[in-house]
Design a binder for this molecule. Structure first.
Ligand code: ZN
Length: 340
């Protein structure tokens, strides 16, 4: 199978002019007009030979499946269900899309019945997890029932969110009534976010989130301190809704911020330690994509799947930086061991 383009196929240094962008694939001479600001997947910017829309800093596949590792009929069927609920599948074709990365990694474990092994890697806890495979939920979609995930919908409703714009983890692993793991996956975007500004009407969120009785049970600070001053809006919502849903269903809760090794090194202190009321029943943890990559041999995945994931993570690119150099997505082990 063809893996998505990465470090091996793309130019180390982009070729652009004030008005044009040459296709980022090594050896390709196709040039398209240079697009600016918001990325547009428009035929004007398409390299027909490689099936990618180009901007100076990144690309997007015309066929989103080219960006995905798992594309057989069952996978496609799952994504069709997700699409019917989530409706933003086009973005899965983007080089820097965190949903595509999440799907490629988590789905690998699901396909081989190794989600519990993934949960061990993510939470750093083996013996605390219930036996058996958890249910997996991608972006709030219950694939078994083909609808929005009820558990999350109830939490969204409890905190006054509309389901279309509600808080959702990128992936959730759930042993019903026992253990709930929310995964907030980050690739190129930062974990720190603030509430969007609502200039036209009164902002109800300080009340619907911050005024809820569960808020003070979950946090050691106010809505304003955590969401606005500390810019932990997104993590705050996930901790709030997840811990509420877990408690309501008699389950333990873990929130995992899955990031790149170079990023958010102190998030456990800055968010978990400083703001979250943690105990044995609920914890916040940082995990890295690189940890998963390193520890693939421990997961029990088949050799074929492990090889595909290993090649994918090693080759994964993260767009061109402002100097025009292609960025490697994940730090190779040698770099993390102290080399450069
Ligand atoms: Zn091309």
């Amino acid at each position: 199978m063809h893996l998505p383009y990465g470090m091996a196929e793309l130019r180390p240094t982009r070729v652009v002019s004030a008005d044009t962008v040459r296709c980022h694939v090594v050896g390709c001479m196709v040039e398209v007009p240079r697009q600016r600001r918001r990325f547009r997947a428009d035929n004007t910017y398409l390299c027909l030979q490689h099936g990618i829309y180009l901007s100076p800093s990144t690309f997007q596949y015309r066929d989103p499946y080219c960006n995905l590792l798992w594309r057989d009929d069952t996978d496609r069927c799952c994504l069709q269900i997700v699409e019917s609920v989530k409706r933003t599948m086009e973005r899965l074709g983007r080089e820097r899309d965190e949903d595509a990365l999440t799907w490629n990694v988590v789905r690998a474990f699901e396909r081989e019945g190794r989600l519990r092994a993934l949960a061990e890697l993510l939470t750093g806890e083996g013996c605390n997890l219930p036996p058996g495979e958890p249910q997996v939920i991608y972006w709030a979609t219950d694939l078994v029932k083909g609808e929005r995930w009820r558990l999350l919908e109830q939490a969204q409703c409890e905190f006054g969110e509309s389901p279309e714009r509600g808080t959702e983890p990128d992936a959730a692993l759930y042993w019903p009534g026992e253990h709930l793991v929310f995964v907030e996956a980050k690739f190129c975007a930062p974990s720190c976010t603030t509430p969007s500004v609502k200039p036209r009407r009164e902002d109800e969120r300080p009340f619907s989130y911050g005024g809820h009785p569960h808020f003070s049970r979950a946090f050691k600070g106010s809505y304003h301190q955590i969401a606005v001053e500390s810019r932990m809006y997104q993590l705050m919502r996930l901790w709030l809704l997840g811990s509420w849903a877990a408690k309501t269903n008699g389950a333990a809760f873990r929130l995992v911020n899955l990031v790149r090794w170079r990023k958010e090194a102190d998030i456990e202190t800055r968010f978990g330690g400083r703001w979250c009321r943690q105990d044995s029943a609920r914890r916040f943890r940082r995990a890295t994509w690189e940890e998963i990559w390193d520890r693939l041999p421990e997961t029990g995945l088949s050799d074929r799947t492990m090889t595909i994931l290993d090649q994918y993570l090693a080759n994964k690119s993260a767009g061109y930086d402002s100097y025009g150099s292609l960025r490697r997505a994940f730090a190779p082990r040698t770099e993390r061991m102290g080399g450069r």
